[in-house]
Design a protein around this ligand. Structure first.
Ligand code: PLP
Length: 382
């Protein structure tokens, strides 16, 4: 049975062109980029060319792009580096961030005795900017704000520009987990008042275990790792050349086809919402799915009332029928406590209905959406 993959916010299929490039590098360009001989220089130039093209697209300097092992490392590098190297005493974040941020902040609260404040979020998952301003002006401590651009469960987009301006006006640093938006939206980091942004290649058809962090030059962030001087001393360890090249290839495909892919996927998302609404009269959407100015085009998070017995077996049934999507988010699969994001924004009553996150890529079709809706309908009405 062919499966229908609707879990692209968890990870995306790797583009064949990316696989080809990575194979080529693995077999032909195996040199250590720190070696000064020709093999080393070839590997080094592959990395630097990738860095330059990423920086150009994002309006950054090449020296502001540091390759990492992905989103979790990028978030930790910024949060730990800001506290331990830049003297940040207070972190302002939200309860609906990815665990890569929430757990890193909790750990810093315990081990480094920093203050942590959680900004209020509305029921659609948007941070309350008046509350953020109040927290920024609460005391004179050195602050960093960490708020994600696109929420990986709800799809809600926050206003980076407005948050960045508030941070600038109040002398605070601004970090955004942009893992769900880099590769999906054009961002000009020259213009957006942001200090740190994070990307993971596997969210835009690249390989897992690789990504990058944007570190604005003036911030002077320090390294997490101690070792060699790779990545301008910010990320010791021999670079994963094939992964970096794969990341660069996926990034360049993502941006050269962005407008066409975005319009195709937006169409699919709106079709999915329409089909779900017309099949299930009592369906609700978490976040603000059908407002495309406030919700990403790749994610739908739907809540469908059903009996507790059916709710319990929903994930299992979808899987049995070959449909891959998430209850809440991938990290919550099998968890007894459910999604921390939905727990935070939904009422007790709303939480009684199961939520399904459906997330698209350019490889999905309307026929797949029809099959998903059919499976759900047969299951609920049986
Ligand atoms: C918003 C967000 N941040 C961080 C991460 C972690 O990224 P990685 O899996 O590359 O460590 C993810 C991945 O699920 C994510 O969706």
């Amino acid at each position: 049975m062919d499966s229908i993959y609707l879990d692209n916010a968890a990870t995306t299929p790797v583009l064949p062109e990316v696989v080809d490039k990575m194979k080529e590098v693995l077999s032909a360009s195996f040199g250590n980029p720190s070696s000064i001989h020709s093999q080393g220089r070839t590997a080094k130039s592959l990395i630097e060319n990738t860095r330059k093209s990423i920086a150009k697209e994002l309006g950054a300097l090449p020296s502001e792009i540091i390759f990492t092992s992905g989103g979790t490392e990028g978030d930790n590098m910024v949060l730990q580096g800001a506290v331990r190297g830049l003297g940040v005493e207070t972190i302002i974040t939200s309860k609906i961030e990815h665990h890569a941020v929430i757990h890193a902040v909790e750990n810093l609260e315990q081990s480094d005795d920093i203050n942590v404040h959680y900004v209020q979020v509305s029921s659609d998952g948007s941070p309350d900017l008046a509350d953020l301003e109040r927290l920024l002006q609460y005391d004179d401590s050195k602050k960093l704000v960490s708020l994600m651009h696109v929420n990986n469960e709800l799809g809600t987009i926050c206003d980076l520009e407005a948050i960045g301006n508030l941070c600038r006006q109040n002398d605070a640093l601004f970090h955004s987990d942009t893992v769900q938006s880099i590769g999906h939206y054009r961002l000009n980091l020259q213009e957006i008042p942001i200090d740190f942004a994070v990307a993971a290649a596997h969210k835009f058809h690249g390989p897992k275990g690789t990504g990058f962090v944007f570190i604005r030059k003036a911030t002077g962030l320090h390294s997490l790792f101690f070792g060699g001087g790779q990545e301008r001393g910010l990320r010791a360890g021999t670079e994963s050349v094939h992964n970096i090249v794969g990341l660069g290839e996926a990034f360049s495909h993502a941006y050269s086809n962005l407008d066409a892919d975005k319009s195709q996927i937006t169409d699919l998302k709106m079709y999915c919402i329409h089909q779900l609404k017309s099949t299930f009269s009592d369906i609700s959407f978490n976040g603000c799915c059908d407002d495309l100015t406030k919700s990403t085009y790749t994610i739908v998070n739907a809540r469908i009332p059903m009996s507790p017995e059916k709710a319990n077996l929903l994930g299992f049934t979808l899987d049995l029928k070959g449909i891959c999507c998430s209850k809440g988010s991938a990290c919550q699969a099998g968890s007894e406590t459910g999604s921390h994001v939905l727990n935070h924004i939904l009422s007790k009553k709303q939480l009684q209905s199961p939520s399904v996150r459906i997330s698209f890529s350019k490889y999905n079709t309307k026929e797949e959406v029809d099959q998903l809706v059919d499976v759900l309908n047969n299951y609920i009405s049986a």
